[in-house]
Design a protein. Sequence first.
Length: 300
Amino acid sequence: MPLPTSIDETHALLSSGGYVADRALATVVFLSLRLRRPLLLEGEAGVGKTEIAKVLAASLGRPLIRLQCYEGLDVAAAVYEWNYAGQMMAIRLAEAGGGLDRDRLESELFSDRYLIRRPLLRALEPGEGGAPVLLIDELDRTDEAFEAYLLEILSDFQVTIPELGTVRAPEPPVVIVTSNRTREIHDALKRRCLYHWVDYPDAGRELAILHRRLPGAPERLSRDVVAFVQAIRREDLFKAPGVAETLDWATALVELDAVALDPALVSDTLGVLLKYQDDIQAMQGGRAKALLDEVRSAPR
């Protein structure tokens, strides 16, 4: 599928994949696609940053290549490594066969045959229907040394392999970088990207997301869930629930055949919505009931 040619087309593209985006997000996604610049998305966990890359890949009909970041991630896991076991086997077979040509053997050992491609290198290769969508997920979990390595890839869409030379992408991949902002991303990397902060949605957009993802939920329950989640995010919690938790909670309530919220149901299912015991204890009992009463008394 060709890339969208306008903001409205980009908004429709995201919508076709089930993503309810506001115009600001559709605009920055359009510019990222149009200018062929990586897009850095920051925001709290569970607000839908990763989902944007998934929806783009599915809607554009392109493969999704995901690099899940973690502490200690290095070039061997992210870019490439050599098949050392295969190389050692080739060396032993050559020695056993006699007539060893060292120069020829060396050129064969460090050839494409023994190269193991990891996500970043695979993302530089053409895919069916166009360049792939590369998702570099939770970059803030890595260290600054790995960030520095990414600079060449995100600016020139190439990597240098000492034994083979420079590998360049014939067509730049669509790059989405996400961060939960557990630490600041370096300015040098930010300069290579367009930037957007993905915030919690307002009540209207969150209800639209719930309708899209869980169309079978009773309307009153959907509205109660969204209103309660919007209210609980204003509380002093260690970790406010994201959209992912809203969807999980609504799904759980539907499984319990609920048609509306009541204090006992909220208290019994807070573990689906909140992920820290201190937050659950703070909200159980009277506070949850007070929030629910507040939600029901507010104009809809």
